[in-house]
Design a protein around this ligand. Structure first.
Ligand SMILES: NC(=O)c1ccc[n+]([C@@H]2O[C@H](COP(=O)([O-])OP(=O)(O)OC[C@H]3O[C@@H](n4cnc5c(N)ncnc54)[C@H](OP(=O)(O)O)[C@@H]3O)[C@@H](O)[C@H]2O)c1
Length: 264
């Protein structure tokens, strides 16, 4: 399918690994001029090089932390006017007992998982409106809709994010600028491997990969029977970033192998 985005400028904020990287690759495959950002430089530079080698695109890496004002300023000056903006941010690690979650932990969660994406969108929306076209995609989490006691540092802030985008998307759709969100379930990514250690601690498990995997699978009961790979969401991400999605406004697409049990 031709996504009709060849030549457009796309920023994947959080694009060096996992679902951000897979989305960046699908956008590159569709012919965009690509900007990818991340905090860790070495992995980011490798990702930019590999995507260029694979698809032949110009890829500009930007070392920047999307959760800080300083990082966002770096992002904005390195990529002033993207047509397509996709954002993902790693929230704080899984929490243990909910009674141990402190106000400082809440503040960190809100700074990263809520204010980071909001401030990036707020910066770029005016230029997209002026151009009369833009696509914004947040890669958030299905725990925005499917609360999990060990993901308090991720789900509640993202519930607020999808609430915000539900309102703002309806305000700006008239200018050809659409915001949508993908809410992923369990994906085997670099990020989820890093989380496994914290998950094990939160549940008092042995640091043994088999023990963690067995507990995790039993806990999550995924109807599809497996944890996805990042490219299981990337085609949908690229579609939402294209003109083909012009009538998809303010939606939350859950991609979770059927884990979240609801009609909508
Ligand atoms: N994997 C899952 O099972 C799962 C489940 C539900 C929800 N999610 C959500 O889906 C999103 C993507 O997850 P993933 O597993 O693909 O993560 P990942 O493998 O860790 O990849 C995240 C990407 O974003 C970058 N990044 C993270 N925080 C950033 C920040 N503050 N500023 C700039 N770049 C940042 C990372 O690079 P650096 O680390 O170098 O910055 C990396 O490139 C996350 O929001 C996660 O909470 C994941």
């Amino acid at each position: 399918m031709d996504l009709k985005i060849a030549g457009k400028k796309a920023l994947m904020a959080g694009g060096s690994a996992g679902m951000g990287r897979a989305t960046a690759e699908r956008l590159a495959e569709a012919g965009v001029e690509l900007y990818i950002s991340a905090r860790r430089e070495e992995r980011l530079l490798n990702a930019a090089k590999e995507v260029t080698e694979k698809y032949g695109n110009t890829v500009t890496p930007i070392v920047a932390d999307s959760s800080t004002e300083e990082g966002r300023a770096t992002l904005f000056s390195a990529c002033p006017d993207p047509d397509i903006l996709a954002i993902t941010i790693k929230p704080p690690d899984p929490n243990g007992d909910f009674l141990t979650v402190t106000p400082e932990m809440w503040r960190e969660s809100i700074e990263t998982a809520l204010l980071g994406p909001i401030e990036i969108m707020r910066h770029y929306i005016p230029s997209m409106k002026e151009k009369g076209w833009g696509r914004i995609l947040n890669i958030a989490t299905f725990s925005a809709k499917n609360p999990m006691i060990w993901r308090l540092m991720s789900g509640p802030a993202r519930s607020a994010l999808v609430n915000y985008t539900a309102s703002v998307s309806r305000e700006i759709a008239q200018f050809g600028v659409n915001i949508n969100n993908i809410l992923p379930g369990m994906f085997a990514t670099e990020g989820s491997e890093e989380n496994a250690v914290h998950y094990a601690k939160a549940f008092g498990l042995e640091m043994d990969n088999d023990v963690i995997a067995e507990h995790f699978n039993a806990h999550n009961k995924i109807p599809a029977g497996f944890a996805a790979i990042a490219d299981d969401m990337a085609p949908m991400a690229a579609l939402l970033c294209s003109p083909l999605a012009r009538y998809i406004v303010g939606q939350n697409i859950v991609i979770d192998g059927g884990q979240h049990h609801s009609l909508f």
